[in-house]
Design a protein around this ligand. Structure first.
Ligand code: FES
Length: 156
């Protein structure tokens, strides 16, 4: 029996093991594409199953949707995601995971230092102000004072 070339949203949901609402969300986020039949039914190319698998694996690894979208945008939308495609994006995400693990390990060690202390000191507590990038500019509300160092600060 020949397999259909395209799938309904329910068929994709069943085969991919995700909720229909998840597929709608992925589509709204630009991660997957569908088209409409003359009867206004949503249809997906069956290759979308591989895309959904990549999205699910990335989400399980904690990769933000923005990074998943960027990675998928570099892959051909009209072809199946190959083993080499997957290896390429997964390698970048593995590096990201390694960095997250290193950060969390460092935070865990800092937490050991803070357990039982409770001071939450701006000058001594590595958890409360561990990455004090503005501290070298002097005391006080450095962002309030403005200046070139304030503009260079991340998230400012
Ligand atoms: S709570 Fe005291 S050093 Fe972190």
């Amino acid at each position: 029996m020949a397999l259909p070339a395209d799938l309904s949203v329910g068929e994709v949901a069943e085969r991919a093991g995700v909720a229909v609402s998840t597929l709608h969300f992925y589509e709204a986020e630009g991660l997957i594409l569908s088209w409409r039949t003359p009867a206004n039914h949503r249809r997906f190319d069956r290759r979308v199953l591989r895309r959904v698998a990549v999205i699910r694996a990335a989400q399980a690894a904690g990769v933000p949707l923005s990074e998943i979208r960027e990675a998928l945008s570099k892959l051909p939308s009209d072809a199946r995601i190959t083993k080499a495609d997957w290896a390429g994006v997964a390698a970048a995400w593995a590096d990201r995971l390694d960095a997250q693990i290193a950060l969390l390990t460092r935070l865990r060690h800092q937490m050991d230092h803070c357990i039982g202390c409770g001071c939450l000191s701006l000058t001594a507590c590595p958890l409360h102000n561990g990455d004090d990038r503005l501290g070298a500019n002097g005391p006080g509300a450095r962002r309030w004072f403005g200046g070139p160092d304030e503009r260079a600060a991340p998230g400012g």
